[in-house]
Design a protein around this ligand. Structure first.
Ligand SMILES: Cc1ncc(COP(=O)(O)O)c(C=O)c1O
Length: 425
């Protein structure tokens, strides 16, 4: 039979992280309860509890029938977008109340949806994507899936090193972008970066973010997509994560937020795109309309609840407890592994991951750990260029799990490492 031709835009690798976690589900089917693999691979916050929000969404509890679940307005209801701008963000961060309103906010399907909409609005075939050396790389593949770049794209990487937790300083970023701009004056250059980084848990300084933002907003063909998915699980500081707020006028600047991690709502797809660039907003809105039609009702009502002034003190209590648990887990895990002679990337400041340096090839080590210790982690190759040495030196471990499970995984890792003698000391 003649073979069919499929789109080459779909010739993209399956996500390494997803592949590992789906492999674990498969392996666990045939293992007894006490020998099941502990899955510390996918970026899930198992300690998150959305009840604090869900109990305020009446239709979820209405046993007499929920009625039809209707389409939401394509960007989410205006009054909810208005309260996200006027109540939610100003509650956590102080800034001038005339900077953003409903017209600057759209409710999206997670931070993923926000970044996708922004890329869809900006990126033309042939344009340039700039990313950090160690970062969440899903969006590279999203661009290919959208047909904006060919599957063999190589993104431009801003150099950075271990000492800064692989976060490039503002002057490094600006110099890098300036050079690209001079080389490619007719292309759009999009810098996708994060405020709190996955996988390192390190945070960019708000002053550095402001410097980068102020440079980019003055350059008509450079854009910033600032992913702030982790800002609410921070313990390091509470400075402003939103580039749109740090900006002078915000041209070319987009923030992508998510309630996935702080509220354990990964599967509900709750995000927001924020920008003060009206043209960009208009185009991102069209991308959203033709990609997902409208945000789902649960996502809209989650935002509606968390943006109510009366509930925010309770939400803050919840977040403080959550952060305490996550931080305890992080410190416990990191200290235990340090005792084994392993080192940790510059201390995390608010993260659901530990980024651990190992003295073995990570692209082999994760498989050995899975097979022998029955603990699933992700090699840093999932977060770097294929030829970057850093990818082979680190693993990412999700630490936002029940404490007993984390203790059990430490025990398994210890037993395996001590048995296999790959310790440094
Ligand atoms: C940096 C970063 N951005 C975006 C996402 C996707 O988040 P969401 O569930 O909000 O789409 C993740 C998920 O792990 C992430 O780590």
């Amino acid at each position: 039979m003649a073979s069919r031709n499929y789109s080459y835009f779909a010739d993209i690798p399956y996500s390494i992280i997803r592949e590992i976690s789906e492999k674990v589900i498969e392996i666990n089917k045939s293992l007894p309860e006490d020998r099941k693999v502990i899955d510390l691979s996918l970026g899930q916050n198992f300690l998150g509890d959305p009840s604090v929000i869900i109990q305020n969404i009446k239709w979820l509890e209405d046993k007499s029938g929920v009625g039809p679940i209707l389409y939401e307005p394509s960007l989410g209801p205006v009054e909810v977008r208005e309260s996200i701008a006027k109540v939610f963000y100003p509650y956590f961060y102080s800034f001038s109340d005339d900077l953003i309103d409903a017209s600057n906010v759209m409710i999206t399907d997670g931070a993923f949806g926000a970044v996708r909409n922004a890329l869809g609005a900006i990126f033309r075939p042939g344009d340039i994507l700039v990313i950090d050396r160690v970062t969440f790389r899903y969006f590279l593949h999203a661009l290919i899936a959208m047909g904006r770049v060919m599957p063999n794209i190589t993104p431009y990487i801003v150099p950075s090193d271990e000492e800064t937790g692989f976060i490039a300083r503002a002057d490094q970023v600006i110099e890098f972008l300036e050079r690209l701009k001079n080389q490619y004056p007719d292309k759009n250059i999009v810098y996708y970066t994060q405020f709190g980084f996955n996988p390192t848990g390190c945070y960019r300084d708000s002053r550095d973010l402001k410097k980068i933002t102020n440079y980019i907003e003055e350059e008509k063909n450079i854009f910033l997509i600032n992913d702030i998915a982790y800002h609410l699980v921070r313990w390091g500081s509470s400075d402003i994560p939103l580039a749109s707020i740090l900006a002078e006028d915000g041209a070319g600047i987009v923030d992508a937020d998510s309630l996935s991690k702080p509220f354990g709502l990964m599967g509900a797809r709750v995000g927001a795109l924020i920008t003060r660039d009206r043209e960009l907003f208009k185009r991102a809105a069209r991308i959203q309309q033709y990609m997902i039609v409208s945000p789902n009702k649960l996502a809209v009502d989650v935002w509606r609840v968390v943006s109510q002034r009366e509930i925010l003190p309770e939400i803050t209590n919840y977040l403080n407890n959550l952060i305490r648990m996550i931080r305890n887990n992080y410190e416990f895990f990191v200290n235990e592994l340090k005792e084994l002679g392993l080192t940790v990337c510059k201390e995390g400041q608010g993260t659901i991951y530990a980024f651990i340096k190992i003295n073995k090839d990570a692209s082999i080590f994760w498989k050995e750990l899975l097979e022998n210790a029955k603990v699933a982690v992700v090699p840093a190759t999932a977060f770097t260029d294929p030829h970057d040495i850093v990818g082979k030196k680190y693993i990412r471990v999700t630490i936002s799990v029940n404490r007993d499970l984390l203790e059990e995984s430490v025990l398994r890792i210890k037993n395996y490492l001590q048995g296999s003698r790959i310790l440094v000391k």
